[in-house]
Design a protein around this ligand. Structure first.
Ligand code: DSN
Length: 445
């Protein structure tokens, strides 16, 4: 146990006392945050809980070290065990995603995206991208990674009824643009991208096909979403903490066309967009990959079942869940039009008061300037699934959402029901240490 006190030689030192007060303040905020989330239903589609064994790695000595370069070819000494872990992570990533090349050094999904842009484009190029207002990640916007690289993203037309890229329109854009790089993947990722359908035209123009799998990485690994590397993608980037329930980190997975392409990717990660690569997170990712190889199929299966069940229950209770005609979703995510019941901001703020955490979201027909009060909310079920919730709990969640958003009941009253529901779900499933109480594990010294 760490002794929580000011060392004697700094006793009665005003600055030390003030700063120690700040330390205690931060610890208290974290403790309160943990208590809040212990009693909440987190439904942000881009988050998850890492397993107890993966979490342990984050406070290991790896968090204090440097390892630039590749295993066996480092710029620093002291990497004997780091190299072994990194090689193991690469091996497991290749096994899980059935690919020839894996790089576990990007420190986030956006950093992985910057690496791909750095590898395969130069400023002034045009690439094709999904549109942010249709649910793409900010990486593909001029104010995101694409803009940082100085390339122009030409958007694919989008079918708003079916919430997916319009194939004929996209084929036309690809033929006209002849992009070096064609990006697919969304942050509101309800249905697979039309890779198979567009493959002939992508081949025709010789584009490198890049798939941002951040949201659906765990579903892909679990065999419950499209398999981009088999459907025509050459390179897949992702963050590793959404449906793949790992640490906050990034990854690049690829079947490069040739050695030159692989080398470009490797060089782009280091020295391109990383120096050190957060070794503690890399080790944590290695454990998450091992666990997902065992538990990923059943986890991915339950996530998709839960998302569909929540969509159906909300639809039956009067919510305008998008794409009822397509079964609402094939992923972990639902998009709901709440414009007739107060709008996205009103709904998510009331939900937060009731301890249900989600985000407001632009829907494709919203004006981008409406980002602060859009028509939609986005819901993800991957974290509720991770703590063991199934279809029957999804019905309960739908009722709670109705009480808050449609019936406009006092959120403080609904909160009591949320806390009661959550009280039965205190451990993390689909991992080796399933018996560890999740929120005990978070307790600090
Ligand atoms: N901003 C994240 C999301 O919520 O989709 C992705 O980085």
């Amino acid at each position: 146990m760490m002794s929580l006190k000011i060392p004697d030689r700094f006793m009665n030192d005003e600055l030390a006392e003030e700063m120690f007060g700040n330390v205690l303040f931060v610890r208290d905020q974290i403790a309160q945050h943990h208590k809040w989330f212990e009693n909440s239903l987190p439904m942000i589609a881009s988050e998850n809980l890492i397993s107890p064994l993966a979490r342990e790695m984050l406070i290991s000595d790896f968090c204090d070290r440097y390892a630039e370069g590749l295993p066996g070819a480092r710029y620093y000494q002291g990497n004997i065990y780091v190299d072994r872990v990194e090689l193991k992570a690469i091996e497991l990533a290749k096994k899980l995603f059935k690919c020839e090349h894996a790089d576990v050094r990007p420190t986030s999904g956006t950093v992985a995206n910057l690496a791909v842009l750095f590898a395969f484009t130069k400023p002034g190029d045009q690439i094709t991208v999904p549109n942010v207002s249709d649910g793409a990640h900010i990486s593909s916007a001029k104010f995101g990674a694409v803009g940082v690289r100085g390339v122009t993203g030409i958007p694919y037309p989008f079918n708003v009824k079916d919430m997916c890229i319009d194939v004929d329109g996209a084929a036309k854009v690809i033929r006209e643009t002849k992009p070096k790089l064609a990006l697919f993947g969304m942050s509101v990722f309800l249905f697979p991208a039309p890779l198979k359908e567009l493959r002939p035209v992508l081949d025709e123009v010789g584009a490198i096909v890049w798939y941002d799998a951040a949201h659906v990485l765990g579903l892909i690994a679990g065999g419950k979403f499209q398999d981009p590397l088999r459907e025509g993608a050459h390179v897949m980037t992702a963050s590793t903490h959404k449906t793949l329930p790992g640490p906050q980190h990034g990854i690049i997975l690829a079947n490069p066309k040739d050695e030159k392409m692989k080398n470009k990717l490797t060089y782009a990660v280091f020295p391109g967009v990383t120096s050190n690569h957060h070794l503690h997170a890399m080790a944590s990712l290695c454990i998450s990959l091992a666990e997902h190889i065992v538990f990923g199929k059943e986890y991915a299966d339950q996530i998709v079942r839960n998302a569909k069940a929540l969509g159906q229950a909300m639809h039956e209770l009067g919510f305008d869940v998008l794409c009822a005609h397509k079964g609402f979703t094939e992923s972990h995510t639902l998009a709901v039009d709440v414009s007739k019941i107060g709008g996205g901001t009103v709904c998510v703020e009331a939900m937060e008061k009731a301890n249900i955490i989600a985000n407001k979201n632009l829907l494709p027909w919203d004006d981008v300037n409406a980002a602060l009060n859009p028509s939609g909310i986005r819901l993800g079920v991957q974290e509720l699934t991770r703590i063991g919730m199934r279809e029957s709990e999804m019905k309960e969640v739908a009722y709670l959402l109705k009480k808050i958003c449609i019936d406009k009941k006092d959120p403080e009253e609904v909160k009591k029901e949320v806390i009661a529901l959550k009280s039965g779900f205190k451990t993390i499933k689909y991992c080796f240490a399933e018996d560890v109480e999740a929120y005990k594990h978070y307790k600090l010294l």
